[in-house]
Structure formats: C-alpha cells, structure tokens
Design a protein around this ligand. Sequence first.
Ligand code: ADP
Ligand code: ZN
Ligand code: ZN
Length: 731
Amino acid sequence: MAILRVEPLTTARALRGPFDYRRPEAMADLGVGSVVRVPFGPRRLLGVVVEVAEASELPPERLAEPIEALEAGATPELVRLGLWVAREYCSTPSRGLQLVLPPGTGAGSAGRTTRAKTELRAAILAAGEAALDGGERLGARQRAVLEALRAGEMSSGELATAVGSGRGTLRRLEERGLISTSTKTVRRIPGEPGLSGTAAPPELLPEQADAVEALLAALDGEVGAPRQLLLHGVTGSGKTEVYLAAVEAALERGKGAIVLVPEIGLAPQAVARFRARLGDRFAVLHSALSAGQRYDEWRRLRSGEASVCVGPRSAVFAPVRDLGLIVVDEEHDPSYKQEGDPTYDARAVARKRAEDNGAVLVAGTATPRPESWLELPRLELPRRVDGRRMPPVHRVDMRGADPRSGPLHAETWEALEGVRAAGAKAIVMINRRGFAPWLTCRSCGHHWSCPNCDVSLIVHRHSGRLVCHHCAHSEAQPRACVECGSTTLSRAGAGTERIEALLAERLDPMPVLRLDSDTAAARGAHARILARFDESPSAVLVGTQMVAKGHDFPEVTLSAILDADATLRFPDFRAEERTFAMVAQLAGRSGRGEAGGEVIVQTLAPNASSIEHASRHDSAGFLEVELGRRRILHYPPYSHLVRVNLSAEGEPKLDEVATSLARELDRELPDGSELLGPAPMFRVRNRHRRRILVKSDDRAGTATAVREAVERRAADRSLKDVAIGVDVDPQ
Ligand code: ADP
Ligand code: ZN
Ligand code: ZN
C-alpha cells in the first residue's frame, strides 16, 4: 500500500505537515505534486503530495484517504523548488508550495478552484440528415438545430446564439440518434497587448553573434563553457535579439525556456516581440490575466503544448518542461524581489532552478547589480545596434539655482524648447507622483500629515485630495488652515502632476502625456499612454520611473531627470546602486534615432559616484567603486543580510518583543554575525515598527537561527498582537 505525505495548504504557521494518507487503488496515478482534498479532523483541507512512501509510522487503520484530487497539480521538480524557497526565505512549506501550484489553487481555502473551461459541441449524424430530408416529425427548434449543423460542427453556445436552442434540445436530438455531442476544452486566450512586434529576425552583429555562440556552447554542455552568464549591454545594444536567438536554439534542442521580465505592464513591447517570434510555443503568465486565462496558460506549459513562458517574477515557477534556459531581462529591476511572504528573489530562484535542471541562465542589463558583476562571467555588447553614440549627459547643478525659478532649471527649459522647435520628443522623469509632497500653512506652520502614518500627505490636484502614499487615507484638500483659519497655504515641492502642468503651460501646443501609477491604473492605460506618445509626431512624456523602462522611441532627442539624487537620500546601502541604474536607464531612452539626443540630469549631488558614472554611461567604473565600498562596509555581495520586521499597535509590547528577540538572536546567531537594532521605523497604518538587521557570512546558519527564534514567538499566543516578518536578502 502506498502512503501519500500531504502538506496542508494553510496560512497558519503552527500547522505543519506533512501528514500521511492512504492512497486508494482508484487514485493510483497520484504522485508528488498532486493536489488533493483531504479530511483533517472534522475539517477538509487542500494539500499537496510532497512524498510517496511505502509505509507510515501510523497503523493503516488510523490513516484516512483523500476525498478527491484536483484536475491539475505541480511537478516533483516544482515541489522541491517550492519547499526550497520556503526554507531559504524563512517561510512555511504551505506558502512555498502555493507559488508552484496551478493558478487559482487554494483560492478560498477549501472552496472553489479554477478548472479548465469546456464546451459542448454538436455534429449532425446521417440519421439527422435523413430526418430533415425525409420530412420526419421534428420540433421547430430541433429542425433549426439540424439545419444549422448541416454547415458543420457547432458549440452549444454558438447554437444558442444562432437558433436559440438550449441544452435540452441537444439532449433530445442526441437521444433520437440524430446528432452526436462531445465535450472539448477551450482555451481562454490572453488578449494582445497594445503594441505589436515584428516576426523576422535581423542579422546579428558580431558582438551579438558572439554572445549567442557562448550561450549555445552552454546549452550544448561544452566542457568549460560557463552555464550562468551576465549579458552586459548598453541600452539599445540588441540584448533582446540575443535572448530570442537563445530561446529559439533551446527550442531546436527540444528544451523549454523561461523569460523573466520586469512587471509585465511595463514591457509591452518586449512581450509582443516574443509572442510574434515564437507563435504557439509562447505562453504568458501575469497578474493582469483573468484567472481562467492564467490557468489555461499554465496548463499549456504543464502539458508541453507551449514551451516558453514570458512573465514577471512569479513566472520563475512556471511548469515549463525540460527546462533548458532561463533569461532574466533587466536583471537590475527591483520588481524581481517579492515584498510579501515568502520574500523570494526571482533572480536567486532562477539561478537555483537553472542549476537543479542543468539549464543555462543569462541575466541581461545595461546596469548590472554588484552581485552579478562579481559572480557571473560576462558577455559584453558595448555598442548600440544602430551604431549611434551614447547621448552626452549634462549635469545641472541645482545647488546654485534660484528657488523661485521653479523645479526646472533654465537650461532644462531651453533644451525642452529646442525639442519643441525641432518637432521632436522628450521624456522628463521625476520620481514622485502627485502635485506637491507637502502642504503647510504659511501663517502658523501647520503641516498636513497622515493620521495613520508618520508621513506627509501628498497634494493631488487632479482629484483635489490629500493622499497618503503608505495607506489608503485620503481627505479633501482644505481651503483654510485647520489650526489658524489662514487661507495662505503653501504647496511645496513638485511631483509628476505639477511638472505636467508646468510643461503644458510653457510648451504649448506640444502635447504633454503623464505616465505614473495614477494615470496607468486602469487596465490597458499604460500601453495606451505609450502608444499615444509613439503616434504623436512631437510630444513630452512626463512621469515616474515608469518612463525609464525598456521602451524604444527613436524620436526622443532629450531625456531629463529632475531631482536625480532623491533616491540617494534614502538611508539604504543600495541607494547608490539604485540611483545609478535609474539615471543610466533614463539616459538610454534618448538619442535612439537619426537626430541623436542629449540627457539632462538635475541634481544637488553632481559629484556622487552614481551620478558621475551614470553621466559617462560607465557601469564598469561605477561597479568598481561600489564593490570597493561594499567590501569595506561588509555589505552584500560580501555578506548576507537578514532583516526581521516587527510591528504592533502598542509600542511597549513591541519594544519588549523586539528587544528580547534581538537578545536571543545575539546568542544564537553563527559566529561572526553582526546584529543591528532593534531600530525604530516610521509608523505605517497605525502600526509602530521596529527592525532588526543581521549581517553574516553564513546565510544558511543565520536563516535557521532567525526562523527558529521567530517560530517560537509565532507559537506564543500572548504575542499575537505583534506581527513578525522575516526578509532574507532585503532590497
Ligand atoms: P536592448 O534589449 O539591448 O535594449 P533591443 O534588442 O531591444 O536592445 O534592440 C534595439 C533595437 O534594435 C530593436 O528595435 C531591435 O529590433 C533592433 N535590433 C537588434 N539587433 C539588431 C540587428 N542585429 N540588426 C538590426 N536591428 C537590430
Ligand atoms: Zn495655520
Ligand atoms: Zn497613511
């Protein structure tokens, strides 16, 4: 008798399997990865089979049998991967497994799950034709159905529309032997994105061909060929063509591939190119699809009907068969890190999955992370495909600027007016949405902040509201001060809305389009805004980081970034890295066409390493300085970080738990680890926060010590008001 070891899908940290069940004869095809509904005490739970064993420690009569198995499950490979993620990121097996299951599994715990969509199809039989011709007695509906079917097979839905027949009519016709019916699975196909790609591959440049050759050597397992590589190519150097060639080569070798892209809404052009080139072998998985579409795409990959999956970070768990290649496009993008539990990093999961499957991994970007620069052998694409030089970058020092002249420097205005005169296009980036980040009273100094969070409320002019960017709070914009009644209120600082208004006023009649998470919130809005910018002969695109990502508009001759050092002011060791990537990526959007282009960087810190190197498009120089600094400070990639985040409504309890946890960790962490904190963080959603940071060379030992300490507290009911989360490799 076989025993199924089942891990229940539950959010409770305390309920930890696996639990043994008997496998009945009728379920002989169940194996590792199957999803089953099982009795659990008085309840029923969904669970995943994580092991099939010969015997149980429990006597057979104490073992129950699964009630049913769901239509689709994961593969053994994915089960191992899900459990690895759970361990690696201090999460629970249940949460790790959720990542690798068919989309929709476990939605509403033991409730409904997504299934394949089927339809009933009807075809006329010879007897049906004879009945029509022979004038046999038929109801009007029945006759209409038979007539319609003479032209060919139809689905019950099509028949309902055409002749108004219901399923009853079809059943009666079938009983009389006049038609036959069958049930077919229908695919719910994801809609086409707004932009289309071309299907024909160009002839590769020598550098591209060299890169592809290195990837082929890796795919063919040649001795000495590195299997995980960094593709370092300036923006517009043809990296995507290299990925496409590598994916096609993997397919020719009977292998599948995963292509990870940053948040898919941000890369419609890239997705369209993959779809156009790969046709039916292509599948896409992302959160904007309907549950049914996602489920069907997943099943096409699982069955081998499709072999290439393009998607954002969660696509690293796609059930691609015979995985031969994983591409991580724009590998510097922060969206590869999941914020919620488990706090996995898709780039690390991709490397693990590639290793376990003997697959090749290529991570590509113009602005590599220090980690990848240090750890991966490199393929270089040093030139733009079109042979154009990288655009010159002017740093505009805002320290001496007259504050009354507003958020744009005179030089920036001059350049923008030049773009208008030439009938070209410009991109302006400011990494802050809304109209103004501060509202204060000029008479008494009152400042509007969020009642739930220790942050300023942001003025949103379009909606006429003050909005908190950390919680759902918003309130109508006041006309007068709540403290002193004065009506002279000052809206200080600038966000995308204000810049949009300034540009529209001064650059009239050039159209100004705004792209940020407010304007792109509606379904398809993001692609529509980019399409409008693409179609306009001359326009300005203004927005947050969204404007710097991945698109290719040859008519852009100017890109400008305002307040380029805003990200440098974050107290984060990755601040320089982030700023470098942001400025360099934005710079890469300019000068892709014949008219050439330039870049303006407005900053208060023109001599910061990130800004200086980005102005020269010098990744190698930046990374050398940055790695030196990281080594001295003992930061990643020269150590590992684990962060514990605690929050609670009551501050005393929070402090007590944070302090005791820190003390305990101090004793139990591996030798040589360094513990920082507990440090206070600003309050969010009415919850006070503390964080503890551990720096260590021993990642596994640290993760284990932290997990055990946190789990002891999770089991203590007296601490249930204090939320504790663990973030391994925090970003
Ligand atoms: P990256 O991903 O490095 O930014 P892309 O692969 O998007 O660069 O290439 C930029 C543009 O150049 C695209 O429009 C692409 O179709 C085109 N392109 C890429 N490689 C070639 C080539 N070998 N010959 C001609 N055009 C190319
Ligand atoms: Zn006042
Ligand atoms: Zn708030």
